[in-house]
Design a protein around this ligand. Structure first.
Ligand code: DND
Ligand code: ATP
Ligand code: GLN
Length: 550
């Protein structure tokens, strides 16, 4: 075994299906790695993760394997590279493997097939991939590499098997999506695998947004149970680590250690990256949104400006007869602080036209929800018309509390292509707004300072769809609502169990009824970035028709 090996961890932001773009990224990272012997890229870095049912298309798998073979030909000199790629062995008729390939000296020098295919939470890999056989270590320039693809790091037997097979180190390419408190989960597994085997371990994660998932990077190396360096969160980076032989055992020398941000920063950055990558990777540059003077749309505007730059964010005020003067001035102050374009389109002519059109059918009935929702729908229609005409994607703003209880109008304020706050409870909307007024991520494109005027944060939330309406007329205070929802959604706790925490049982039951009933709305809602352990997407698959109330 040589005395020293330099490994570069390359946390990259691939685009699913952009095989040539992803290959170019991998080659750029290899060039940046300089004198490294080996460059490690994330899970399925050639195809982008997760490729979902694209893997069921033989043409996709063939194209990925061809792209990997072409990459291998570029490794005649210089560092070897580990890339992730769907892989079919010759004569293998079943689904492909989710594989990590060692590319070296101009060829595919080794294949490691993922053994544990996750199918919980957002994952569904057994649907598209075949599970790999018992793993083997791969020979690389006098070393033995123990490759474990993502979920394989979550169980002790893959690393144990690799150690028995003679591995000198464990290398774990990941497509591990962000969720709160994920750091501890990853560290616990990585440290345990390293301690159980006595081998150094390298964790390499993807960064960037892919539909509803956000990958945070945060790649790191562990040796003798200690973290020896950590890459930053949410940004692409290539960082080198040296493995040296010391008294017969292998040690990883210390490398740069990026801080792990506080909770508000993590959630804000996750939502920002999810929104930016969804918009840009979908081929848009600009967004449009209704800026009401309330906190949800103000926070979405700030996130959009940080993600895309003020010049690419178009805010529109759409006042009705119920819109207060304060809402108008607060929205204006917010757009000014963020530096965005602000237009004003009163919806009153539309309201009159619609009520006139419906007068015959509505005759003899009291005004109510239908008239309230017409206002929301007119705003949704106007904003989609602007999106069609100017080519900007419409952002929608309903937070997780509203999405949970159905407090939003279908085909109205639920219109839009992406919802940055879909997985953020209202209490956290307030925390994030305060955090953003006091902080700005270094790489965010927006201005610093107070971008969400304090008046917007301080006032009671209102949909302003009728005279003097406040959210708390029909919903409990958000602290109470969100605590109950956390129990129902994140914990799957029963009504009784939540009531025993000190909440009124009838209230908990009412919230559960609203939650179950609103499933039909959520199924028609825009996607948004997952930040919790249970987002309203593939993490929580409830039936729409459901009479269970227990
Ligand atoms: N199971 C089911 N499957 C399919 N469709 C179903 C359905 N149940 C009802 N529907 C349909 O859905 C309609 C009811 O939904 P929808 O028209 O949206 O109306 P709805 O949910 O009745 O009212 C909207 C609620 O959201 C509140 N809101 C609106 C706008 C903004 C905000 C805010 O503060 O952010 C709050 C508003 O105050 C009101 O409480 C029914 O008339 C029916 O057409
Ligand atoms: N007067 C308005 N002008 C522009 N957009 C509006 C207006 N009223 C509502 N909207 C749009 O509809 C969304 C839902 O707004 P609404 O005021 O009903 O409830 P909200 O959830 O409290 O949101 P916000 O805190 O942004 O007001 C807003 O976030 C905004 O995008
Ligand atoms: N892609 C994967 O296999 C991810 C699963 C893993 N448990 C994680 O969330 O990090």
């Amino acid at each position: 075994m040589p005395e020293r090996l330099r490994i570069a961890l390359a946390q990259l932001n691939p685009v699913v299906g952009d095989l040539s773009g992803n290959a170019a990224k991998i080659l750029d990272a290899r060039a940046e790695a300089g004198d490294a012997d080996l460059v490690v890229t994330p899970e399925l870095s050639v195809s982008g993760y997760p490729p979902e049912d694209l893997v069921l298309r033989p043409s996709y798998v063939d194209a990925c394997m061809k792209a990997a073979a072409a990459l291998a030909q570029k490794t005649v000199d210089g560092p070897g590279v580990i890339v992730g790629c769907p892989w079919k062995d010759d004569g293998h008729a079943d689904r492909p493997y989710n594989a990590a390939l060692l590319l070296d000296r101009g060829k595919v020098a080794g294949v490691a097939r993922k053994v544990h295919l996750p199918n919980y939470g957002p994952f569904d890999e057994p649907r598209t991939f075949a599970a790999g056989p018992s793993p083997q270590a791969l020979k690389f320039r006098g070393w033995q590499l123990g490759l474990m693809v993502c979920e394989d790091m979550w169980f002790p037997h893959v690393s144990r098997r690799l150690k028995e097979a003679g591995a000198d180190m464990l290398i774990a390419p990941h497509g591990s999506p962000f969720r709160r408190n994920v750091k501890r989960e990853r560290r616990d597994h990585a440290e345990a695998r390293s301690l159980e085997t006595g081998l150094p371990l390298f964790f390499v994660n993807q960064v960037g947004g892919q539909d509803e998932l956000v990958f945070d990077g945060g790649s790191f190396a562990v040796s003798a149970g200690r973290v020896r360096g950590q890459l930053p969160l949410f940004v692409e980076k290539v960082q080198g680590f040296d493995i040296v032989k010391d008294d017969g055992s292998l040690q990883v020398s210390r490398s740069e250690y990026a801080d792990w941000p506080e909770d508000e920063a993590l959630v804000y950055e996750a939502v920002l990256v999810g929104t930016r990558d969804y918009v840009l990777k979908s081929g848009f540059r600009q967004v449009v949104l209704g800026l009401s003077g309330g906190i949800d749309s103000a926070l979405v505007a700030a996130i959009a400006v940080d993600a895309l730059g003020a010049a690419n964010v178009h805010c529109v005020r759409l006042p009705s007869r119920y819109t207060s003067e304060a809402s108008m001035t607060d929205a204006e102050a917010c757009a000014k602080a963020l530096g965005t374009r602000l237009d004003t389109i009163p919806i009153e002519p539309g309201v009159e036209a619609m009520t006139g059109m419906l007068a015959g059918i509505f005759a003899g009935r009291q005004p109510g929800l239908a008239e309230e929702n017409i206002q929301s729908r007119l705003r949704g229609t106007a904003l989609m018309a602007i999106s069609n005409k100017l080519g900007s994607m419409m952002l929608t703003t309903g937070n997780k509390s509203e999405m949970a209880v159905g407090y939003a109008t279908l085909y109205g304020d639920m219109n839009g292509g992406y919802n940055p706050l879909k997985d953020v409870y209202k209490v956290d909307v307030f925390r994030l707004a305060r955090w953003r007024n006091a902080n700005k991520p270094d790489w965010a494109l927006g201005p610093g300072g107070e971008v969400i005027p304090e008046a917007i944060i301080a006032k009671p939330p209102s949909a302003e769809l009728r005279e003097d309406q406040k959210d708390e007329d029909s919903l409990p205070p958000y602290e109470v609502l969100d605590a109950i929802l956390h129990g129902l959604v994140e914990e799957e706790a029963s009504v009784d169990a939540i009531a025993s925490r000190g909440f009124d049982e009838e209230l908990v039951r009412r919230i559960q009824t609203m939650l179950f009933r609103a499933e039909y709305k959520r199924r028609q809602s825009a996607p948004g970035p997952k930040v919790s352990t249970r987002y309203f997407g593939r993490d929580r698959r409830y039936p729409i028709v459901n009479r269970f109330t227990g």
